[in-house]
Design a protein around this ligand. Structure first.
Ligand code: GDP
Ligand code: IMO
Ligand code: MG
Length: 435
């Protein structure tokens, strides 16, 4: 079939952007199917770094169709900024849906969603989630409550005012209860005026995403579905309530792109050679001491969206086995192997213990997850990983042993290894889009 879903297997920031950029060479259509600009996907080409928040990471290849699917939430201001940056580089054209489209069904993140997101976090105090503050949760809440504004509404100036006024009324009641700053007359009018302008600028790109993807697939084109966040941040299957407000799993690519599940193809899980997490919530293998800080510095683990320091820890196999199972993973892309060079000893968590007993599965209850004791296996470290590799044989023997152990445990084939952030600093062992 030639299609592929690429998802994060941990808590996000696994390196999905650079993998999608590389695999886009083999694809014709690249689709974001959930989330919004809480995502930050980094692509480095010839030393130039591009961080994409909404536009699919295939956009640096000029001939691909990039789609923001119906399952996404779109902040029009952020999208326009990103599109203008890409247009200035000759990569997109804001007047034509030839190369870049936004689903008419995608929901719009409105200014009050961001304010409510932040006010909720303040009100949660020590129990905060550590959201990105981009209004993601409140926008999805309004969608589920059936009062959201969709892209096909945003481009109709007549519809914007009513939707904003009723949305503000609801947001104000929440803000009032949370001691947040409520919206008043003039501010509401200026929001309406700005949204109308943004809607008109985006209008040429608003289209039926599912129909376009389906037609491309029918014509034999290859579709690459680009996940955001990661399995453990999935609204249903992640470490609830310390999750995002969308479904991040591979199966959701169908609903979030508006195509049938038979179009999805293989499932590639991207994982780092160690673990990171931004925001709050359980993280069994976290290193909160100097070793954690050292790994953060070596891996440059600072958020691509918020700049926050990422929490760091050893690789967690019980969590990864869970991610592989619930995503139906067929292929692995292991990134940042180079970051582990220079450690005398490496550790991998192979099991969780709770009250002296081994847990058979990753627990769904965060209180249990918070209380587990990780069981570690130690591995000999390696000094250096080459900047580029042509085969696994170019890696030090100890690095190969580390990879082999992980791959054997996860029980699916290793298809990509990342040894640096730049395009080309990865070994692709299988044509994952061909099967
Ligand atoms: P995403 O959200 O999954 O796309 O990942 P991010 O872009 O947020 O974070 C991944 C970070 O790791 C970025 O700074 C990438 O440039 C970098 N990166 C990705 N793969 C590798 C790799 O194999 N080695 C190194 N050293 N850095 C990498
Ligand atoms: P990419 O696609 C890492 C985290 C936030 C917070 C939780 C909820 O770059 O991998 P939200 O703003 O979504 O309501 O925040 O989810 N989070 C991410 N962490 N990478 C991401 O995206 C993330 N998107 C959201 O830090 O803990
Ligand atoms: Mg990221």
């Amino acid at each position: 079939m030639g299609n592929l879903v690429c998802i994060g297997a941990q808590w996000g920031d696994e390196g999905k952007g650079r993998i999608v950029d590389r695999l886009s060479e083999q694809a014709d259509v690249v689709v974001r199917f959930h989330g919004g600009n809480n995502a930050g996907h980094t692509v480095v080409v010839d030393g130039v770094t591009t961080v994409l928040h909404l536009v699919p990471s295939g956009v640096l290849h000029k001939s691909k169709l990039c789609v923001i699917g119906p399952g996404c939430v779109v902040d029009p201001e952020v999208l326009l900024q990103e599109l203008e940056m890409l247009a200035a580089r000759g990569l997109v054209d804001l007047t034509s849906p030839e190369r870049m489209i936004v689903s008419d069904q995608a929901h719009v993140i409105l200014p009050f969603h961001k304010r409510v997101d932040k006010a909720r976090e303040v009100a949660r105090g020590a129990g905060k989630i550590g959201t990105t503050g981009r209004g993601i949760g409140p926008a999805y809440e309004d969608k589920a409550a059936r009062r959201g504004l969709r892209m096909h509404d945003l481009i109709e100036p007549d519809r914007v005012a009513d939707a904003v006024r009723s949305g503000v009324m609801y947001a104000n009641s929440v803000l009032e209860a949370l001691d947040g700053e409520v919206y008043k007359g003039e501010e509401i009018e200026s929001i309406i005026a700005r949204l109308r302008q943004q809607g008109q600028k985006l209008k040429p790109l608003v289209d039926d995403a599912g129909a376009r993807i389906h037609a491309a697939a029918q014509a034999g084109k290859r579709v690459l579905f680009e996940g955001a966040q990661g399995a453990l941040l999935d609204l249903d299957h992640g470490t609830y309530p310390f999750v995002t407000s969308s479904n991040c799993l591979a199966a959701h690519a169908s609903v979030g792109a508006g195509v049938g599940p038979n179009l999805l193809g293989r499932v590639l899980a991207v994982l780092k050679a160690y673990s990171t997490r931004v925001g709050e919530g359980p993280f069994p293998t976290e290193m909160t001491d100097a070793r954690g800080e050292d790994l953060r510095q070596r891996g440059r683990e600072f958020g691509a969206t918020t700049g926050r320091p990422r929490r760091t820890g050893w690789l967690d196999l019980p969590a990864l086995e869970y991610a592989v199972r619930i995503n139906g993973v067929t292929d692995l892309a292991i990134t940042k192997l180079d970051v582990l060079a220079g450690y005398g000893e490496l550790k991998v968590c192979t099991a969780y213990e709770l009250d002296g007993r081994r847990l058979p599965h990753f627990p769904h209850d965060v209180r249990k997850l918070q209380a587990v004791t990780p069981v570690y296996e130690s591995f000999e470290g390696f000094d250096k990983v080459p900047d580029r590799i042509a085969s696994l044989d170019d890696l030090p023997a100890a690095a190969r042993r580390y990879l082999n152990f992980v791959v054997q445990r996860l029980g699916v084939r290793l298809s990509i290894v990342g040894v640096g952030p730049g395009r080309g600093q990865e070994l692709v062992m299988h044509d994952v889009l061909a099967g």
